[in-house]
Design a protein around this ligand. Structure first.
Ligand SMILES: NC(=O)c1ccc[n+]([C@@H]2O[C@H](COP(=O)([O-])OP(=O)(O)OC[C@H]3O[C@@H](n4cnc5c(N)ncnc54)[C@H](O)[C@@H]3O)[C@@H](O)[C@H]2O)c1
Length: 304
């Protein structure tokens, strides 16, 4: 089976591409390298077809989609705070880029779209199920709501099976970008012996999911033929940012100073996925416990 992975050089994309190659898929990657480097694909570059191109360029998109059976659309700009500063950039990459992908996916059997927990905004109830109202609080979240609408609408036009994965806070090796960067940021600060900066009181919760579990969910979305529609992809567990700081400091065996600063405007307070639907229909089961995932991440650095 031939798979196009857009954004395949990025954090989730590079893990996915390596997993797909090891499972025998033929993989093409479309990425403009604006937020990533080909180094992330180094181990598989000789077996992956890499196309440097922009998802806003309809010609690059239609030639990349040609001949593939499956599209996994990950390419996006992902920083909620940057999206407030430059909303039109986010609209062009995340919305128009997605429209291009959907419109070009005429002879594709499955289109998997990486959406985000950001579509929910501040939850009215926890855990958040897929039927929760969509109330994004920043242009990034709004761009994902729009992307979802196009993925669904074009499934009627082009006949592909749409699978929309609302990913919560992914973490793991290779994360360099700022979205959900709290784990990476804490790791860097612990390593540098600097205080951990917490926005607000630290009692805000997040649902952290290891990148290899996200990859597993994407593979299931492709392989489970009955899978269709929207699925939350998280661990199903809520952890406060303060607990995260304490856990990471304990694993690293360090006493770590914590510095509280003003809360960031637009930061949501609570987040926790209801993953029952993904468990039931995708047969998705997160495997890596947070403590284990953090331990592996911190152990990668020899000096901790
Ligand atoms: N990481 C998370 O916690 C998380 C959570 C929710 C949703 N998501 C979604 O998952 C997807 C992947 O996220 P990630 O964390 O791997 O992000 P990332 O920034 O690491 O990867 C995105 C990739 O897209 C590429 N890209 C950006 N603009 C492009 C363009 N115009 N044309 C072609 N390629 C372009 C970048 O170069 C990069 O390689 C995104 O759609 C993101 O919104 C991620």
């Amino acid at each position: 089976m031939r798979v196009l992975v857009t954004g395949g050089v990025g954090f989730i994309g590079s893990h996915l591409v390596r997993a797909l190659v090891s499972r025998g898929f033929r993989v093409r990657v479309l990425d403009d390298l604006s937020r990533g480097s080909l180094d992330s694909l180094r181990p598989v570059l000789d077996v992956v077809e890499f196309v440097r191109g922009d998802v806003r360029d309809s010609f690059a998109v239609s030639s990349s989609v040609r001949g593939v059976d499956v599209v996994v659309h990950l390419a996006a700009l992902t920083d909620a705070f940057e999206s407030i500063v430059d909303p039109l950039l986010y609209e062009s990459v995340n919305v128009r880029g997605t429209v291009n992908i959907c419109a070009a996916s005429k002879n594709v059997s499955v289109l998997v779209f990486a959406s985000s927990a950001a579509v929910y905004g501040e939850p009215e109830r926890l855990p958040v199920g897929e039927d929760h109202p969509l109330n994004p609080v920043n242009p990034y979240g709004a761009s994902k709501v729009a992307g979802e609408a196009y993925v669904k609408a074009y499934s009627r036009v082009n006949g592909y099976r749409p699978v929309i994965l609302r990913i919560f806070n992914a973490y793991g090796p290779g994360q360099t970008r700022s979205y959900a960067g709290v784990v990476e940021e804490f790791k860097r600060r612990i390593k540098a012996g600097k205080p951990l900066v917490i926005y607000g009181d630290g009692l805000q919760t997040r649902d952290f999911i290891h990148v290899s579990d996200v990859v597993e969910a994407i593979v299931k979305a492709v392989e489970v033929e009955e899978a269709r529609g929207v699925y939350n992809i998280g661990s199903g567990r809520a952890v406060t940012v303060r607990e995260l700081a304490e856990l990471m400091a304990r694993i690293a065996g360090r006493t770590v100073e914590v510095k509280h600063v003003e809360p960031r405007p637009g930061d949501i307070r609570m987040s926790q996925a209801d993953i029952a639907k993904a468990e039931r229909e995708l047969k998705f089961k997160p495997r890596i416990e947070l403590e284990e995932g953090l331990r592996k991440l911190l152990e990668q650095d020899n000096d901790i």
